[in-house]
Write a protein that binds this ligand. Structure first.
Ligand SMILES: Nc1ncnc2c1ncn2[C@@H]1O[C@H](COP(=O)(O)OP(=O)(O)OP(=O)(O)O)[C@@H](O)[C@H]1O
Ligand SMILES: [Mg+2]
Length: 231
């Protein structure tokens, strides 16, 4: 076994005044390289919080997390953003696009810190836009796109760096069925390439995934089923 993500006794709480809210409780989760994991659970169960911590965008209150063997909770921010740029592609629930930039520019953003030459950047951006079916809007400002188009820009941006780990938060929430199916095909190709994929979703379309995925069930900030592929 060759885990790419290892999480032990992880907790995340939020304090507001006297109140403490436990968003993640004693999370144990192991994901093997090349696995596809579907995070399921009702709204508020902690899926986005968990994905943000795996992406190094948020820190646990306690516990351990290793991604590619690196204890990311302890990395200083500047190392963390480099780490993220190298290993992680994230499709956010709310896209997080730069509204004033064009589609092409949004997709290029994660490539900037990688200091590649312009030809290479252009090639990767064009490829990613083609794969996500958004190339025809390359020069349009993100602010002018529909929800489904924004989601496809977010998909293209996550693919542009060719990351080992792809984190998706409700990636099909705003896609019509044709584009949702297209996204499933993108995932199949990524899976064949050996990428590790985590998806938080309620969408029943993921039952149509043409490859095996492990379902991890979350409830009230805890994992109630599917902690490791050996269960
Ligand atoms: N920064 C924060 N401050 C306070 N509470 C937070 C914060 N972030 C998340 N929470 C709380 O943690 C809980 C889990 O939130 P999270 O966004 O992880 O849920 P989710 O499973 O992704 O839900 P959804 O399916 O609606 O996207 C929620 O009750 C939320 O209000
Ligand atoms: Mg969420």
């Amino acid at each position: 076994m060759n885990p790419i993500i290892e999480i032990r006794n992880l907790n995340r709480h939020f304090d507001s005044g006297e109140e403490r809210f436990h968003a993640l409780k004693e999370i144990d989760l192991t994901v093997e390289r090349g696995e596809c994991v579907i995070l399921r659970g009702i709204s508020g169960s902690g899926k986005t919080t968990l994905l943000s911590i795996i992406a190094g965008l948020d820190h646990p209150s306690s516990g351990e997390i290793r991604v590619e063997g690196e204890a990311i909770a302890k990395l200083p921010d500047r190392h963390l953003s480099r780490f993220r740029g190298r290993h992680i592609g994230m499709i956010f629930q709310h896209y997080n696009l730069m509204e004033e930039l064009s589609v092409r520019e949004n997709v290029a953003v994660p490539l900037i810190p990688m200091a590649q030459n312009m030809r290479q950047v252009t090639r990767r951006v064009e490829e990613a836009m083609e794969r996500a079916n958004i190339a025809h809007k390359a020069d349009q400002k993100a602010a002018r796109l529909s929800g489904g188009e924004k989601q496809r820009v977010a998909i293209a941006r996550a693919l542009a760096t060719d990351p080992e780990i792809i984190l998706c938060d409700e990636p099909t929430a705003n896609l019509d069925r044709a584009n949702a199916r297209r996204f499933l095909e993108i995932l199949s190709r990524l899976h064949e390439m050996g990428k590790t994929i985590l998806i938080a979703t309620h969408d029943p379309i993921f039952e149509e995934l043409p490859f095996e995925a492990r379902v991890v069930e979350m409830e009230n900030g805890a994992i109630v089923d599917g902690r490791s592929s050996e269960e």
